[in-house]
Design a protein. Structure first.
Length: 605
């Protein structure tokens, strides 16, 4: 800038001002960085959204493929099951009730129906899991509907002497609901109540119409809508109940409140999902050893239109009846005995104790084995242990997964008890992994047979275990002289006992008045206890055992050829040379003189 008063611009002084024009904020460097970051995030979001859409599409396609696979597999199961059930139905209709074939045919029928029920249950669960089991509403009287299902379980409840009752505040409670899904909800809850309620308990089913007193609006963070008018279905029982940990996980998939019981572990998870499809609620209240109460709330639908549903949806009565029939057949508390054949009283058969909670399988085993063995039964490990300590069977066959006491624990209790440790235990189980076998053998099991098994294989295993036990007895009789107890025993407890008994007799060997009463006192066991243990290990009574030890001690003295037969007689605790010679010949098949000559010839050669 120049300024001049005389017009002489060449000589005028100039001034300069530097002005820097800043770019607008949308063109600044930090805004450009934000543009880059935002662009990157947008690009990532678009890619991620596209990836998720592709994955969702692939997952949907995979779910459809899986469902198709499940459908195909279920059909593959249903075809042979149909070919099993139809001929069995013909057999049942053509044979008399007294025929043994009918009993086996009934077992096949019930088991095949149970397998069909499980196949259908898994297929339904899978359909619901992939969202292909939509709600199909029909108009009906839900109170009468629930009562019909309730009545199906009356026979089973009667067998368990349960106080089984139903009540509804209105006999006509018409609404829209999915017949198939409500049937499965009620069936699952009632069957669980019967399963976990002890004999003489009570089960109550009630159906009532309720209106919510809470008129508050749904909170924005809650996904659940408040039920203003609903049907309340309550199934309560006085059964075993649940603790806090079990309550927390009771609706979880594949969760078993009791790991010793059989089942798929999807029943209550499936039930909760079915209630959710109805936009309803299910809650549970329970106290250990006091009982459990399940409450199902289903909204009453007046505004919706009913759908046309195929008739097959209303065949819930048949499906439920089949499920109940199988529950009745395997219930361990069913007192109906098997038909036993009359045996010759003079024939002493080995006693076999069968411990199995599945009544159907237990009866089947008892029926197959009763011709060759004297069969005793128990429906759980605790009762099996009590019976074993009372009758001392020759062999125990036990399932692994049982209520109250499982097979592994039963085996440990048997093997650590002095009175029962000699009894062979054969475990039958569907748990056939190597770790399960290791656990079984570590618990002391003598044999492990995986389900499903062939009866002939089971009989062979039983025969082998009893033969091994008899061979140990025969070895005791065959071995000449004194020997380590480990050679005729199969466990440490028996080895220690037999070794102590032998040493006690040797210590009192010259005492002619040393009898089984003295041996019992020295060992600190009762007479009956001593008799059972000695008999199980040697096959003879305690008096015979004492005499055998005396004779074997005498044989060692004779072998040394240092004493006369008369001296050996008195040194071994016999007061008669004639009786000594007679019993010696019975044990060694030769007289003492012949025994000495034989040993002398062996030394010379």
């Amino acid at each position: 800038m120049k300024a001049s008063l005389d017009g002489q611009w060449e000589n005028a002084e100039s001034s300069r001002i530097d002005i820097k024009i800043l770019p607008p904020f949308w063109q600044t460097w930090w805004m450009k960085i934000i543009y880059i970051i935002a662009g990157g995030l947008l690009f990532w979001t678009l890619i991620n959204f596209y990836t998720l859409r592709v994955k969702a599409s692939q997952r949907e396609e995979l779910d459809k493929t899986k469902l198709e696979f499940f459908v195909n597999v279920s059909h593959e199961f249903r075809t042979p099951l149909t070919l099993i059930l139809n001929p069995v139905d013909k057999i049942l209709s053509s044979v008399p009730d007294s025929d043994a074939v009918k009993s086996s045919a009934l077992t096949i029928q019930r088991s095949a129906r149970r397998l069909l029920h499980l196949v259908n249950q898994l297929l339904d669960y899978r359909k619901m899991d992939v969202g292909m089991s939509p709600l199909q509403l029909e108009k009906g009287n839900i109170a009468k509907f629930c009562e019909d299902i309730f009545s199906l379980f009356e026979t089973l409840a009667t067998r368990k002497d349960l106080n089984y009752s139903f009540e509804a505040d209105s006999p006509n409670l018409t609404t829209l609901f999915d017949f198939d899904k409500v049937e499965k909800i009620i069936t699952n809850l009632i069957s669980n109540a019967i399963k976990f309620t002890e004999r003489g308990g009570s089960i109550k089913v009630s159906v009532n119409k309720r209106s919510s007193t809470d008129k508050r609006k749904q909170r924005f963070w809650s996904k659940k809508e408040s039920l203003e008018e609903y049907v309340e279905i309550i199934i309560s029982d006085s059964g075993v109940g649940l603790d806090k940990e079990q309550l927390k996980n009771i609706f979880s998939r594949f969760y078993h409140p009791d790991s010793t019981t059989s089942g798929t572990g999807i029943g209550l998870n499936f039930t909760k999902a079915l209630v959710g499809i109805h936009k309803g609620e299910i809650t549970v209240e329970s106290q250990r050893k006091k009982g459990t109460k399940f409450t199902v709330k289903l909204p009453i639908n007046y505004d919706l239109e009913p759908e046309n549903v195929e008739n097959i949806k209303n065949e819930f009565l048949i499906n439920s009846m089949n499920a109940v029939e199988y529950e009745m057949s395997i219930a361990g508390s069913d007192p109906t005995p098997i038909t036993k054949k009359v045996k010759d009283k003079n024939t002493k058969l080995p006693t076999v104790l069968i411990v199995e909670d599945n009544n159907e399988l237990r009866r089947h085993l008892a029926s197959d084995l009763q011709d060759e063995y004297d069969i005793k039964e128990a429906e759980n490990g605790r009762k099996g242990l009590k019976i074993a300590k009372k009758i001392f069977p020759d062999l125990i066959i036990s399932d692994v997964m049982m209520p109250k006491m499982d097979g592994f624990e039963l085996c440990k209790e048997i093997k650590k008890d002095f009175d029962t440790c000699h009894i062979p235990v054969l475990l039958l189980t569907a748990r056939s992994l190597d770790n399960d076998r290791i656990e079984g053998y570590e618990s002391g099991a003598d044999g492990y047979l995986a389900k499903p098994f062939v009866t002939s294989v089971l009989k062979a295993r039983i025969s082998n275990l009893l033969a091994t036990k008899n061979r140990l007895r025969e070895r005791f009789a065959e071995i000449g002289g004194l020997f380590p107890s480990s050679e005729v025993t199969s466990n440490n407890i028996d080895e220690v006992f037999l070794d102590k008994a032998t040493k006690t007799i040797i210590k009192n060997i010259s005492n002619m008045d040393f009898k089984q009463e003295d041996l019992s006192k020295e060992l600190g066991v009762g007479r009956s206890q001593l008799y059972r243990k000695i008999n199980s290990l040697t096959g003879n009574n305690p008096s015979h055992f004492i005499r055998t030890i005396r004779l074997r001690y005498a044989s060692e003295l004779l072998q040394n050829n240092q004493y006369s037969i008369k001296e050996v007689t008195y040194m071994s605790g016999f007061n008669s040379t004639a009786y000594f010679s007679k019993t010696f010949r019975e044990l060694f098949n030769m007289t003492p003189t012949e025994f000495m000559e034989q040993k002398s010839n062996v030394k010379q050669n």
